[in-house]
Design a protein around this ligand. Structure first.
Ligand SMILES: Nc1nc2c(ncn2[C@@H]2O[C@H](COP(=O)(O)OP(=O)(O)OP(=O)(O)O)[C@@H](O)[C@H]2O)c(=O)[nH]1
Ligand SMILES: [Mg+2]
Length: 420
């Protein structure tokens, strides 16, 4: 067992598994409608030497330097999508209103029939992960006795699902305990897996608590390009508005006009004011003004969007530090929560995102999106085990109802392909 384990550990650390990070999310609804590809960050080593990304043909203008401006050398990398308009960014036509996000739409994505329950959506969202694990388990244990070879195969299946080497070993050990040379029903293996996953996730499944004594409670939302930050802000804001909270949104992604427009559409739809400045404004100045305005207007919660940035771009990460610093000039404790939005489809790279954003932006909790776009949703479990950061929400689709507070048991049962 030890030898086998160390082999997996070596393979994992040498990138054998990391290199399998997939990118199945495809171009999301917003990307399709707004002519921007849903950028999936390339898996990268935690910190690479600074390699400037290819310059898009029409780089957005630099933020004008404010009093304390970070003067970023380059905007976040945005590879040009096939439909990027040829007009200059300042002349960019207003983004079309996605039908799904129409201001008069009910607070759920287009579906005409009654929305499925969260459990149904979670099960179906995690179906790629659960069927990959389920098929692996069935092919290993059907009509075979349990032994070192079957357990090793099980570990391989679990590691390929990104559950992490340590947890894969623990699950294999639990499955093997007292069952050598016996047959085991694949369903029983999935039950054991669910129990181990639930035990790992329970300590990190913590709701996002809005402290009502903070006026406003400031939530800064960070992450790499295209991870789902703006959509997640819209979804969380919709929940808070429904709870009767007075919510303001701050369009802190000042690099792209479409990003500002995207947040405005969410704001119009859910009835939350959006504090925005012109494209190209300094994000930290916007943060300062937005917090001041939100406070003056008596908002309970301020959700601040930020531009996507790869975690190895030091100058962009420095800009995040500055946003935090500037907010503290208004409220010494702000931001009260820093949410890192992770795209499940990037696989192992998410671990490095947690590490670097955690260190630089003081991440207080995680949101994992696009679990519906990957067979390797187990990455959430590996992150939980390694970083022990609270996981507040998970997303399994683009609609407003496709984000819910994270529940360890539901996730564990769904990824194991079991009933609730
Ligand atoms: N399938 C799926 N798509 C999602 C989910 N969350 C967000 N998306 C889609 O992912 C795409 C990118 O989402 P955004 O919210 O724009 O991501 P972002 O992090 O704000 O992107 P940048 O501002 O460019 O860094 C959009 O098309 C969203 O609809 C999810 O849980 N599942
Ligand atoms: Mg965004």
């Amino acid at each position: 067992m030890d030898n086998r384990l160390s082999m997996h550990a070596r393979m994992a650390s040498s990138g054998v598994y990391g290199s399998m990070a997939e990118n199945e999310g495809g171009k999301g609804l917003f990307g399709r409608l707004f002519g921007r590809s849903q950028q999936q960050p390339e898996p990268q080593p935690p910190i690479q030497p600074e390699i400037p990304p290819a310059t898009p043909p029409e780089a957005p203008p630099q933020a004008p330097p404010g009093p304390d401006a970070p003067t970023p050398e380059a905007p976040p990398f945005e590879p040009p999508g096939p439909e990027i308009p040829s007009a200059s960014p300042m002349e960019e036509p207003p983004a079309p209103l996605p039908p799904e996000l129409g201001a008069n739409e009910p607070l759920r994505a287009g579906a005409e029939s009654a929305p499925a329950s969260w459990w149904t959506r979670l099960r179906s969202g995690l179906s790629r992960s659960s069927s990959s694990i389920g098929q692996g388990v069935a092919s290993i244990f059907t009509k075979r006795k349990l032994g070192a070879d079957t357990l090793e195969e099980l570990e391989d299946v679990l590691i390929r699902s990104d559950l992490g080497v340590a947890l894969a070993a623990r699950i294999a050990e639990s499955v093997g305990r007292g069952r050598y040379d016996k047959t085991i029903d694949p369903q029983e293996v999935r039950e054991i897996l669910a129990a181990e996953v639930e035990a790992t996730l329970t300590p990190v499944a913590r709701p996002l608590v809005i402290d009502g004594t903070k006026q406003p409670f400031v939530i800064l939302v960070v992450g790499v390009n295209g991870s789902g930050k703006t959509t997640t802000i819209g979804k969380i804001a919709a929940k808070l508005v429904r709870e009767g909270k007075k919510v303001s949104l701050a369009a802190g992604d000042t690099f792209r006009a479409a990003a500002i427009e995207q947040l405005k559409i969410w704001g119009a739809r859910i009835g939350a004011p959006v504090i925005a400045r012109d494209q190209g404004s300094d994000a930290a100045s916007l943060a300062f003004e937005a917090l001041t305005e939100a406070r003056e207007s008596g908002a309970d919660v301020l959700l601040m969007d930020t531009a996507g940035r790869l975690q190895n771009r030091t100058e962009l990460m420095a800009e995040l530090e500055k946003i935090v610093r500037v907010m503290r000039k208004v409220d010494a404790q702000a931001p009260h929560a820093v949410l890192l939005v992770l795209d499940a489809t990037v696989g192992q790279n998410a671990l490095s995102q947690v590490e670097i954003f955690g260190r630089i932006a003081g991440v207080t909790g995680l949101v994992m999106t696009k679990l519906d776009g990957t067979a390797r949703g187990g990455i959430l479990v590996a992150i939980a085990q390694k970083h022990q950061l609270p996981v507040h929400f998970i997303g399994v689709g683009e609609g407003v109802e496709d984000l819910e507070p994270f529940e360890a048991r539901d996730f564990a049962r769904a990824i194991a392909g079991l009933d609730a």
